[in-house]
Structures are given as structure tokens and as C-alpha cells.
Design a protein around this ligand. Structure first.
Ligand SMILES: Cc1cc2nc3c(=O)[nH]c(=O)nc-3n(C[C@H](O)[C@H](O)[C@H](O)COP(=O)(O)O)c2cc1C
Length: 195
């Protein structure tokens, strides 16, 4: 059977951590977001908003990350990160969700937000734009949130770095466990498992 375009896209997408410096426009990212918001949502209210750092605005993001570092980390990683975050990586995108103390509402919002992030990753991959989805400690740091404009009562569910990348630097896939090994299928009366 011929493999569909969407299956090829899902299987072929890789997380990209090494970007090149080819410029990526705000319009391109906005177009990705306009399509990605068609993710499923389980509430009348779409739970997300986005904060994008590009061009000279990347310094604000880098400063907020570096602010969360210890003295040792700053010495070790500071100059490289400044360069990566302000020069090499074209865009940093925070996916922000309104916090909800009710477990089901919160999990629904994170679920919808995760679907949206995967939409972004797939749409970007189709255009040869790389993405890495990060849940680093700084996402949970109140100072980082304040310095990046995340409001009280909001939570970051993902920091995405976006940019173009060299096609010969696509990482090898981590193997996946075949789904059939993870599947319990009850297809007979009495709950007997069928192979
Ligand atoms: C919820 C979530 C959080 C992630 N957080 C990080 C992260 O903090 N840092 C990172 O380098 N990659 C992160 N990733 C990317 C994974 O490491 C990556 O998806 C995994 O290695 C599989 O690689 P692939 O996306 O190329 O298939 C995250 C992925 C998910 C789904």
C-alpha cells in the first residue's frame, strides 16, 4: 500500500537542535500558527496564546534564560547561549496556557496545547523549518516568566526554537516500539484478548 503524505510527514519529522542562520520571517511563523490553531480543543475557549522573540527581541529571551543560571552555568554556557539564542536560532516561541486548578480542565488544555505544538512541528517540517520543543526548568521559573511577558496565572507548556537547518544534519530517528506490542485489544465477549 502506498504510504500517504501525512504518514511520511509524521514518520519523517525530526526534532532539530542544530540550526543554520538562514532568515525566517515573522509572516512564515504566523502562517504556521494560523494553521496550527486548528488543533482539537475541548472547551469553548481556546486555551493558548503565543509570545514570539525574533531579531533584536531574541536578546530579551536570552537574558531571561541566562537569569535562571547559576554562576557556574553562566561561566560555562553563557557566551555560547548568547550567541545561539541571539544570532543563530531565528525564533523562540513560547506556547502559553491559562493555568486551571481543575485537573480535567488543565489536562484538556495541555492536551490541546500539545496537539497544537505537534501541528506546528509538522507544518514547519513540511517547509523544511526545524523545531525543538523544550520543557527546560526555566519554563517554570517565575523570573523567566516575568522577563518574557508571561502573565501571572499563565503557564508555559513549551518553548519552541525554530529555524532552517542543513539537510545533511538531520538527526537519525530514535526507534519507536511497534504499536502492536503495546496494544491490548478486546474484541471478543468476556474480555478475552485476541492476538
Ligand atoms: C513534551 C515534550 C518535551 C520535550 N522537551 C525537550 C527538551 O526540554 N529538550 C529537548 O532537547 N528536547 C525536548 N523534546 C524533544 C524530544 O527530545 C524529541 O521529540 C525526542 O528525542 C524524539 O525525537 P524526534 O522528535 O526527532 O522524533 C521534548 C518533546 C516533548 C514531546
Amino acid at each position: 500500500m502506498e504510504v500517504s503524505a501525512i504518514e511520511l510527514l509524521i514518520r519523517g519529522r525530526r526534532t532539530i537542535r542544530q540550526f543554520n542562520e538562514q532568515p525566517l520571517s515573522k509572516e512564515t511563523i504566523v502562517d504556521l500558527l494560523e494553521a496550527a490553531v486548528w488543533a482539537p480543543v475541548h472547551s469553548r475557549k481556546e486555551p493558548w496564546r503565543f509570545i514570539l522573540f525574533m531579531e533584536a527581541g531574541r536578546k530579551q529571551f536570552a537574558d531571561a534564560v541566562l537569569h535562571t543560571f547559576s554562576k557556574d552555568e553562566l561561566e560555562r554556557w553563557g557566551p555560547k547561549l548568547q550567541n545561539d539564542y541571539c544570532e543563530r536560532i531565528q525564533a523562540h516561541l513560547l506556547i502559553v496556557i491559562e493555568a486551571d486548578p481543575r485537573q480535567r480542565e488543565w489536562e484538556d488544555a495541555v492536551g490541546a496545547g500539545s496537539a497544537l505544538i505537534q501541528n506546528i512541528q509538522l507544518l514547519a517540517w513540511e517547509q523544511k523549518i526545524g523545531v525543538v520543543w523544550k520543557t527546560n526548568e526555566y519554563n517554570f521559573d517565575p523570573d523567566f516568566c516575568r522577563m518574557t511577558g508571561v502573565k501571572p496565572g499563565e503557564r508555559i507548556i513549551g518553548t519552541l526554537h525554530l529555524g532552517y537547518f542543513d539537510q545533511d544534519k538531520i538527526p537519525k530517528p530514535r526507534p519507536r516500539t511497534p504499536a502492536r506490542e503495546l496494544l491490548t485489544c478486546i474484541s471478543a465477549a468476556g474480555g478475552e484478548e485476541q492476538q
